[in-house]
Write a protein that binds this ligand. Structure first.
Ligand SMILES: [Zn+2]
Length: 310
């Protein structure tokens, strides 16, 4: 025991823990570096109020702001086998899953819900990048199949919000098998004559871009999202050439015919209502008669499984 462990270390610790508090209240925009008050960011759907940069948003927050009065019901997804390969890197796969579940408060990387958007019934699927990079494993495949089946039962469109780093390597070939499986799910919707709309968000990469995320009847993307199979750094190193500015970003892909629309997050609800009603041959929306969307995430009640602020 000496003054270093008794006096200096607690002092240092208190300095660091004191710094944690403002981090919860303030978010730094990764694009322009502006410090934004958390409430202001949440009210603006996690879009920077200074430079319009679209920051990550969880599927739950997105759905609360998308559905009429913020009301939606979860669609049950069949559970796949846990850890089929007994995979282990620095950590065991089940341990990685547990820590992801704890940090996000979600069960897996995909959330399937049903509800009404502008009085139009839809099934919505949201991929959660904060859950192990939104990686596509067996659960994600099950989720897409369950969502497509539910949309067919309800005879309504399916809207998918993608965000992924690709396949989940901890499930090996089983994760790659979700590419044909999800393609079959999309085909089921097409056979039933139901619209499938994809909203690509930052980033959508890897096997996800090589399957369900690119099969929409309408392909919408959020501004400046990175959408690619292999990332720009990998391509640059392989072909040893400097890539053009904005390469593989939403606007670049729109210019080159890969997308139909690039839509600001705040205009997305309105645009989806128009597109979905048109595709379902419903009369055009009368804006004054539509129920309002749900409250912005900051005003919504926090999910019960998350502990309240201490
Ligand atoms: Zn910004």
């Amino acid at each position: 025991m000496n003054w270093i462990s008794n006096y200096v270390r607690p002092k240092i610790n208190s300095l660091f823990s004191r710094r944690e508090m403002p981090e919860n209240l303030w978010t730094k925009c990764p694009e322009c570096g502006t410090m934004l008050f958390h409430r202001e960011v949440a009210d603006n759907l996690n879009v920077c109020t200074n430079c319009d940069h679209h920051m990550a948003i969880t599927p739950r927050e997105r759905f609360e702001a998308l559905f009429d009065l913020g009301a939606f019901t979860e669609v049950k997804v069949p559970e796949p086998i846990a850890d089929p390969l007994h995979f282990r890197d620095q950590k065991k796969y089940p341990d990685r899953m547990k820590s992801a579940q704890k940090s996000t408060g979600e069960k897996e990387a995909m959330l399937v819900v049903e509800g009404e958007v502008g009085k139009t019934q839809i099934v919505a699927v949201g991929q959660d990048f904060s859950f192990m990079g939104g990686s596509m494993g067996m659960y994600v495949g099950n989720a897409i199949l369950a969502a497509a089946q539910r949309a067919i039962d309800l005879h309504c469109p399916m809207v998918l919000f993608s965000a992924a780093g690709g396949a989940r390597m901890q499930e090996g070939i089983l994760s790659l098998m979700q590419m044909p499986r999800s393609t079959v799910a999309v085909q089921m919707l097409k056979d039933a004559g139901l619209p499938y709309v994809v909203v690509l968000t930052h980033p959508t990469t890897g096997g996800v871009t090589a399957s369900y995320a690119m099969l929409g009847d309408v392909q919408i993307a959020e501004p400046n999202s990175l959408i690619c199979f292999a990332g720009p750094r990998v391509i640059e190193q392989t072909i040893r050439e400097t890539l053009p500015e904005g390469f593989q970003r939403a606007e670049y892909l729109l210019d080159h015919g890969m997308l139909d629309r690039v839509t600001h997050r705040k205009k997305l609800r309105e645009e989806l209502i128009v597109i979905l009603r048109m595709m379902m041959r419903l009369p055009p929306p009368i804006w004054g008669e539509l129920p309002p969307p749900g409250p912005a995430p900051s005003e919504a009640t926090p999910p019960t499984d998350q502990p309240a602020a201490e």
